[in-house]
Design a protein. Structure first.
Length: 374
């Protein structure tokens, strides 16, 4: 049963809880009293049955404070990697100690973007998460910022939490924020209204998002949370944003029934959910109106005849975005051709392609079995 309200949280089977740097760290020091209250929340959830996974930021902030680095360790990539290396040790200790106080065992799990973008490594991560949960452990997951680069990283733990939820087969994600949820405008503006429930991320919903983190510690903002919600909603996962600043933040939000709940829109099979959740496409294929319509309404494969433009450098088997001519991203898929070959055959019918390629063409540029609509 899909969770549709915070009051139903304890009916979930498996919950991913994301904690940001600004909630966990203050002036370079851990907020121990707050972390203990959150650990108490997690223990109470576990006692009622749902399994729990934590996705926690904080390594860079902790390490930068320990090393005395400027700008919270984010002035350059080398500083961020060094700070993360030092801070991850402290972050693991904090979670282990906090959970142990409530008779829960913590496990540290560091992942990179590639671990969840590559199918085989994704399945390995999934197996590890499931084994830890079967053993009664609370996995504490973070991006491995000590080796991640600016070009190959999640960049925020909101999207990471949604991807971890997919890998773990979770049905609910809680994003702890510094506001009560999604507002219809900047919550600092007079008359801003909290939106209790969102049934599908639309352009109008995306327009409500405010980029940036008010604390200066984190790398996310409301825009990244909506991107996480898009990943979750296609995989049949309920995602909620709640205010994490209070003591016992989960219990507080549930008791007050205050937050924003994003309802799942569909439940793709495991492979298509993984494919739709990937966030690092290698290129873009733009298609004409007729092709876009066929993809959106008929479950068709993408044929070369409908392609009007190609961007990026990619090889056969790489992930590409498929866009309509108005710029909307309508699908993602694994391309059957390299970028060079796509350029060579774009706009062509199948009977024209063999002469250009020097061999019989494949049935589609992106086959429907390797394509997911967004």
């Amino acid at each position: 049963m899909a969770i549709t309200a915070l009051s139903q949280l304890l009916q979930a089977r498996r919950i991913v809880v994301k904690v940001g740097s600004s909630l966990l760290i203050e002036a370079g020091k851990p907020r121990d009293w707050w972390l203990d209250s959150l650990a108490q929340d997690l223990a109470a959830i576990r006692a009622e049955g749902p399994e729990v996974i934590v996705v926690s930021s904080g390594a860079i902030a902790l390490g930068a404070a320990r090393l005395g680095m400027p700008q919270g360790g984010r002035s350059n990539l080398a500083d961020a990697q060094a700070a993360a290396s030092v801070g991850q040790v402290e972050l693991a200790r904090l979670w282990s100690q906090a959970l142990d106080e409530h008779e829960l065992i913590a496990a540290q799990m560091l992942v990179t973007l590639g671990d969840l973008e590559d199918r085989r490594r994704y399945l390995n991560a999934s197996a590890t998460l499931n084994r830890l949960l079967a053993a009664g452990v609370v996995p504490v997951v973070n991006e491995n910022d000590s080796v991640a680069t600016e070009e190959i990283r999640f960049g925020d733990n909101d999207r990471l939490a949604a991807r971890v939820a997919q890998a773990a087969g979770a049905d609910t994600v809680l994003l702890l924020s510094d506001v009560d949820g999604l507002y219809d405008r900047d919550p600092m503006q007079d008359g801003a209204q909290l939106i209790a429930q969102v049934d599908g991320i639309t352009p109008e919903v995306l327009a409500m998002a405010s980029r940036g983190s008010s604390s200066g510690l984190g790398s996310g903002g409301m825009a990244s949370k909506l991107e996480a919600a898009q990943i979750a909603e296609r995989a049949g996962i309920t995602l909620a944003i709640i205010n994490g600043k209070h003591e016992s933040p989960i219990a507080n939000a549930v008791d007050a029934d205050v937050g924003t709940v994003f309802l799942p829109r569909r439940s793709d099979d495991a492979r298509k959910a993984w494919l739709g959740g990937r966030i690092a496409p290698s290129g873009v294929l733009t298609v004409d109106a007729g092709c876009a319509r066929a993809l959106e309404t008929g479950g068709a494969s993408l044929l070369a005849a409908g392609i009007t433009a190609i961007d990026g450098k990619f090889d056969r088997g790489d992930l590409v975005e498929i866009r309509a001519e108005d710029g909307r991203v309508i699908a993602k898929g694994l391309c059957e051709y390299s970028a060079a070959n796509c350029h060579a055959i774009k706009g062509m019918r199948e009977d024209q392609q063999a002469e250009v390629l020097g061999h019989s063409p494949r049935p589609a540029v992106v086959h429907r079995d390797h394509l997911v609509m967004l």
